[in-house]
Write a protein that binds this ligand. Sequence first.
Ligand code: ADP
Length: 415
Amino acid sequence: MDITAMFTKAYREIFQNMSEGIIMVDERGTIAVANPVAEQFFGYEPNELNGRSIEELLPQRLRQGHEKMRFGFNAHPQPRRMGMGRDLLGLRKNGSEFPIEISLSYFNIQEKMMVMAFISDISQRKKTEEALKRSEEQLIVYAAELENKVHLRTEALNQSITKLENEVKERKKAEEEAKKSLEKERELNDLKSKFVSIASHEFRTPLSAVLSSTSLIQQYKNRGDFDKMDKHINRVKSSVNHLTNILNDFLSLGKLEEGRVEVNRENIRLREFLEEIVEEVKASLKENQKVEIEYTSSVNEVVTDPRILRGIMFNLLSNASKYSNPGKKIGISCESKNSFIYFHIKDEGIGISAEDQKHLFERFYRASNAGNEQGTGLGLNIVKRYVELINGAISFMSEYEKGSTFTISIPCENC
Ligand code: ADP
């Protein structure tokens, strides 16, 4: 078979049956021939495209631009893909548009250039691409929704954790409160039983003293022995005072326990205040005991609760007297420095051992050398709590058998 005839036949087959559309155009853009696929793409009858301008296959708005590009191609022809980087559109005979992809080639025939366009209808691919894009977008939306859900769940979880933590805290608090009130109740019971034992012990001596003194007073009255009567009347008085002191201590403790002690601050003139207390204490001093006031403070006035401060001073001065022998000196001095006013109550009494010093402020604690001196071991505990109520502090120094000095400091604005 003639080889040229064979090629011609083969090319015709390719031209007719290729899946791509082929359109051949001359230099002026007139379509010389189009294969059936191209005719189908653009919706034309067989051979209906021949003789039409290639621009007719483009949407109106793109035609001018295309014409320019065609001239450009004619000037420098070379096989290439058309529309790199942008989407190409074809126009069907019925006016609808569809996406296409074009590769260009050319050849010369009888000194005229023919351009050959290979066209693919990429509608399907575009649809797939768009569907892909849409599902990508959906995926992004879904991911965002998921993230949001996770965020909401985490927040809800955090809230439940916080709620749980708060519940645990509250339960702990309730437990602690229950424990505290149980402890308080226990303490109160302890206090009550201590009170009963102290009352039965401490009350017996003064009460029997009162009983014996009153019957003696009766006898001395009949005999007209007024001196002895006086002596026993004083004994009755001091016993009653002692009982009153014990009861006062218990009352104070009860009030402190229940937080019922109010602090009412007012201006106190220090010198007069101390002199009044010393005057009051004198009645209960032992024989020949003396209280001396040493006043070195340049400050004359201080603002604090006078009732509380009186209670503190009275207690410390009473102890100084109680735990010293008759004839001993008791000193009370007052100085001010660094925004504090200091009161020192000094005695030459029995002192406190190092071991006892550790427990001195504990409730009901009495030092080993307290001996027969009457007492409940409550006074210093109450004093300490009173001092704290007026924002002060208490300390002491003591040497066994030599004496003790108790120091109170309270804040003072103008010191
Ligand atoms: P009370 O005097 O009723 O026993 P306090 O609480 O006032 O109770 O004092 C506790 C203990 O501290 C006393 O029992 C005593 O042993 C000791 N104490 C207090 N003040 C002095 C003091 N000035 N000198 C020696 N010991 C003291």
